[in-house]
Design a binder for this molecule. Structure first.
Ligand code: ATR
Length: 288
């Protein structure tokens, strides 16, 4: 869309969630659509859980081209779709929908976006020892794509049961043994000793608790890759300490950007203006 003009041929994409006010997606996608001159706009929709079914029918009725899906709908939306991509189905969560002539297909670009962020840094997951902190929704998307790509996984969580449950599911889908441990200093020390990559998917270190880190600084070392999926703040305490200790750091902004890139490509069939998306996300996050 040039000069932000909405016309009779403008195509609509959006994001559904509840709450939705803090989403970064409209800023990122509108910047990308304008740069690409594609005649698309992106809007936020506050959809309550009890209205999810009607909202999804509305996607077909209004001929909305695509949706991002965020909390609390990523799991609940699946029964209302016509098809789900096979990895998203295994993960059990969808964060992107594409409307192909009223047939709605769900994808998980949290998973593919995380992978692309790693690959862009020149890191191939196959055979790498990866420690994932946390066993919630984001952890699951990341663990499943890493298992699919042949990484060796250890999942460490404050409560052991969700980590064990995830390890069991990964074994049943991929026949891969995954270690599940409780989050404490002793287990972190053992797991990080042989690790190539550590991914933080917990909310420890997220604003307003930016002073906290899930990992003691002394356990971080050169050669380790530290990927913190938190993007607010853009540099967490974990990342700052990892950098100081000579580890390689990857910011949650990269996962945010690459999941958006993957969605943009699914909706438009074109390659995304990645740098424009990154700059707009960083600008919006800086002014928070
Ligand atoms: P997301 O969708 O971002 O993954 P989530 O599904 O709510 O969010 O998962 C939050 C994760 O952060 C969980 O692994 C949670 O651990 P528990 O399963 O033990 O609750 C973890 N988490 C949240 N607060 C934490 C804290 N103070 N210390 C350690 N882990 C924490």
């Amino acid at each position: 869309m040039e000069n932000n003009i909405i016309s009779g041929t403008t195509r609509i994409c959006g994001i559904i969630g509840d709450p939705i006010e803090h989403t970064m997606s409209p800023v990122m996608h509108n910047a990308a659509f304008q740069k690409a001159g594609l005649g698309f706009v992106f809007v936020p929709f506050n959809v309550k859980p009890e209205e999810l079914k009607q909202a999804i029918h509305g996607v077909r009725a209004f001929n909305i081209r695509g949706l991002s899906v965020t909390i609390p709908h990523k799991v609940a939306v699946i029964p209302f779709l016509d098809e789900v991509d096979s990895l998203a189905e295994k993960i059990g969560a969808v964060n992107t929908i594409v409307n192909e002539e009223k047939r709605l297909k769900g994808y998980n670009t949290d998973a593919s976006g995380f992978l692309r962020a790693l690959l862009k840094e020149g890191i191939q997951p196959e055979g790498k020892n990866v420690v994932i902190l946390g066993a919630g929704g984001a952890s699951r998307a990341i663990a499943f794509i890493l298992a699919d790509r042949g990484a060796e996984l250890t999942i460490i969580n404050r409560h052991l049961a969700p980590a064990q449950e995830m390890a069991g599911r990964i074994f049943s889908f991929f026949r891969k043994e995954v270690k599940a441990l409780e989050l404490n200093r002793e287990n972190l020390k053992i797991a990080l000793d042989g690790a190539d990559i550590v991914v933080n998917t917990t909310s420890v270190g997220m604003s307003p608790n930016a002073g906290k880190s899930p990992v003691g600084a002394d356990l971080l070392k050169p050669g380790l890759v530290v990927f913190d999926i938190i993007y607010n703040p853009m540099k967490t305490r974990l990342m700052a300490e990892a950098e100081k200790r000579g580890a390689k750091i990857i910011s949650g902004v990269e996962m945010l950007v690459w999941q958006g890139v993957a969605a943009f490509e699914l909706w438009t069939g074109k390659s995304a203006p990645v740098q424009v998306m990154r700059e707009s996300a960083i600008r919006a996050l800086s002014s928070k």
